[in-house]
Design a protein around this ligand. Sequence first.
Ligand SMILES: Nc1ncnc2c1ncn2[C@@H]1O[C@H](COP(=O)(O)OP(=O)(O)OP(=O)(O)O)[C@@H](O)[C@H]1O
Ligand SMILES: [Mg+2]
Length: 510
Amino acid sequence: MTGEKGAEVVLRLDRITKRFGALTANDGVSLTLRRGEVVALLGENGAGKTTLMNILFGHYVADEGSVEVFGQPLPPGNPRAALAAGVGMVHQHFTLAGNLTVLDNIRLGTEGLWSRSDAGAREKVERLSRDFGLAVHPDAKVGRLSVGERQRVEILKALYRDARVLILDEPTAVLTPQESEALFATLRKATGLGLSVIFISHKLHEVMAIADRCVVLRHGRVVGEVDTHATDKAALAALMVGGELSLPRAEARAAGAVLMRIAGVSTPNRGASPGLKMVTLELRAGQITGLAGVSGNGQAALAEIVGGLARPAEGRLSLHGQEPKVWTPGEALARGVARIPEDRHHQGSIADFDLTENAVLEGYRTRFSRRGWMNWRAARAFAEGIIKGYDVRCPGPSTRIRLLSGGNMQKLILGRAMAVGPDIILANQPVRGLDVGAIAYVQSQLIAARDRGAAVLLISEDLDEIMGLSDIIHVMSQGRLSPGFARGTMTAAELGLWMAGQKFEGAHAA
Ligand SMILES: Nc1ncnc2c1ncn2[C@@H]1O[C@H](COP(=O)(O)OP(=O)(O)OP(=O)(O)O)[C@@H](O)[C@H]1O
Ligand SMILES: [Mg+2]
């Protein structure tokens, strides 16, 4: 009943301040949410969005300010009280147990797994998944689900606990465009049923599509609050960064020598993900090679081969015209291949290591060790150089990396990759989860590396990014690689047909 929208205030955050040592992550933030409303919370990486939501949910205690849910004050630092009051949080990083079923995950923490009849719980979950359009099988093992399905489980879990306020922290950062659309359909159903949503995203087109109102944070403060229908993407971006901003576009350039060549490579299928099918690809100096396609079409298998995590079982890989004898991440790095991995949490970093340790992970370590002894002073200086050069906002190199905001973590990984002056850069979804300013920065760094003569392999689901940066574009679909298309020779619509797999048959016959 959208007619009721705007009536009842369901949530009120009043002048919340939170400090971490010298850093003020939230500075007098006030926010209200009404019944049936979607409020988007926007702001640069490190602006304080997740911190604010963690205070609301009781993970952190605010230094000042208060929270009210349905008119009742919420006791600080008490997630159970937040849950009981009807607040449900879907975290930026999922918290499900992979070895349990969907049903058990949903019940976990709410009730002992054997306490209530399984049938009652199952019925409720089935009803919720119908009502909210959250298709997922109650008996499936969570570990086998796709990212989009896991997210549905997280939302079901919140709904199962009778949440009336849903907090979604960057829910679409890990979704394909189709999955995002399905999520929005669910959110529309939820608000239609009188639930209220706080939606955090860096993707402004999504915010424009789903939110009624936007609240913008900068350096921990609210700098703007606007009705979505009274604004546009450019105005929101300007509010976020405090000025005009445009994304870099790479100008065309002549390519140099082939630095890496992959020829006739095939890999086995892995579960639902297709393996590579006779893929041949050349990465040339001074060129950005864009790889477009929906995630899960073989990009991961290709990235593993380029980055040294796997050797092609079938087909060949050569660097500067020679086949490497050993092929490991350390060896790849030693030969000038740097990686910006797709999943910065699991492949790019170790959460409980500090920034120095993360800066010298994997092959980087050997640069700072001698006869088995680590030179920690040099490692620390290396980390400090990255922190300074790449504007990684953090207390210092001894901070554990898991305390960094997503964007700042990515800047550290980018800085680490660039610091060795690589010949070949594997950039896998390099701007995922980054704010508009950080995106412009990362992309300009990739262009600068190309202009220095590096070969860049840019893997991205974002066609605008691929078309804006790539000198040559290939499309991956079902493990197959399209021919390369030079800059400006293809429209987004044509690339879309390749992404959908419709063009491959013709090309193979030719
Ligand atoms: N537990 C903590 N200890 C120290 N500093 C922290 C902690 N949690 C967050 N911070 C810092 O507070 C600031 C705000 O972080 P927060 O995660 O809220 O940002 P965000 O707006 O969610 O950013 P992103 O868009 O990158 O997710 C950052 O500078 C971050 O490093
Ligand atoms: Mg965050």
